[in-house]
Design a protein around this ligand. Structure first.
Ligand code: GLU
Length: 326
């Protein structure tokens, strides 16, 4: 009797430890990856969420657990991916170009050779929002005004400087430049602490809805006469902000400006199977993915390969070759 009890207990202990070890092995095999985005009222943050959602749905198939982090934006994301703090990030196409070529914020650090492209996403417009009572009708009226150009680490900071420079405005001398995160700007505008702010973002965005829906009436300021910067920089293109997306704004017609594309990037150090899995899930669930944000309306599988200046990661390339996109 005692022997039988002993044998049973031993079998039980053996099974428990086996299951425990299997559980540990399972957990050890799970790859945790983080996507760097932007402020939570931008479009990058829900974009990271949309990608994580289609990937995490297949958690048991790939053993990948994807999480999303709110960050300071494009420049922060490139640097965090290069240092290995993040595996993926959403980054403006102009910032991708500059990082690859060692320009702008990367001038002293040099070309970011490990940066790899995965795909591009929604278009982003350089958006300038001003209070109606601040007398800002054109970009030239920004002179002497308090304007948020964007935090260091954001993608938009350089776009604001380029737009101002193109209008003959020195951002250090001719305006009172604030450099806070885009998520804080609508509140500052509504409180009367700034007159206007720039934000390079997809539309519609929560931040701009917030800025145009408050008690202080606001409007978009068109950014025109941009042939100079279009000629000078290969990554800028004309763009239009559809005013119907912001019923609270005082504008009555769509707004001319210029813009870039949001892109999804990683590092060559991120394993091929991980990048393959993410690319595959986004493209295989394309119709579901497209419905996750209105800014994705114009996306096609084909145009998601436009606007990339870094080399395409081998994991993504493997998928594009399989389905004939490359
Ligand atoms: N384009 C912005 C940046 O790169 C972020 C926009 C967003 O979060 O949607 O910093």
């Amino acid at each position: 009797m005692k022997t039988a009890q002993y044998v049973l207990t031993s079998i039980l202990i053996l099974c428990c430890s086996l299951f425990f070890k299997m559980g540990l092995a399972e957990a050890a095999r799970t790859k945790f990856i983080t996507i760097g985005t932007g402020g939570i009222t931008g479009v990058y943050y829900p974009t990271g969420g949309a990608i994580a959602r289609v990937v995490n749905k297949e958690r048991t198939k790939y053993n990948i657990r994807c999480t999303v982090e709110s960050t300071g934006g494009s420049v922060f994301n490139v640097n965090a991916i290069m240092s290995g703090d993040l595996e993926f990030g959403v980054v403006q196409s102009d910032r991708q170009y500059q990082a690859v070529h060692g320009l702008a914020e990367w001038q002293s650090k040099g070309a970011q050779q490990k940066l790899r492209a995965v795909f591009s996403i929604h278009p982003e417009s350089v958006s300038l929002i001003a209070a109606d009572d601040s007398d800002i009708k054109t970009i030239f009226d920004l002179k002497g005004k308090r304007v948020n150009i964007g935090n260091p680490g954001s993608g938009q900071r350089q776009n604001s400087i380029d737009a101002l420079t193109n209008a003959g405005i020195n951002f250090m001398r001719d305006i009172k430049a604030e450099q806070v995160k885009a998520a804080e700007a609508p509140g500052l505008l509504q409180d009367g602490r700034i007159d206007a702010f720039f934000y390079t973002v997809g539309h519609p965005s929560g931040a701009i809805k917030e800025a145009t829906a408050g008690a202080r009436k606001t409007h978009f300021v068109p950014i025109e006469d941009i042939s100079g910067i279009l000629k000078m920089y290969p990554y800028y293109a004309k763009s239009i902000i559809p005013i119907k997306l912001y019923p609270g704004a005082s504008n009555t017609t769509d707004v001319n400006t210029f813009g870039v594309k949001a892109t999804f990037v990683t590092s060559i150090d991120v394993p091929e199977d991980v990048v393959y899995a993410i690319t595959r899930e986004v493209f295989e669930n394309f119709e579901t993915f497209k419905k996750l944000h209105p800014a994705y309306e114009i996306l096609t599988r084909k145009n998601m390969l436009d606007g990339l200046s870094a080399e395409i990661h081998p994991g993504a390339m493997k998928y594009y070759k399989e389905v004939g996109l490359k």
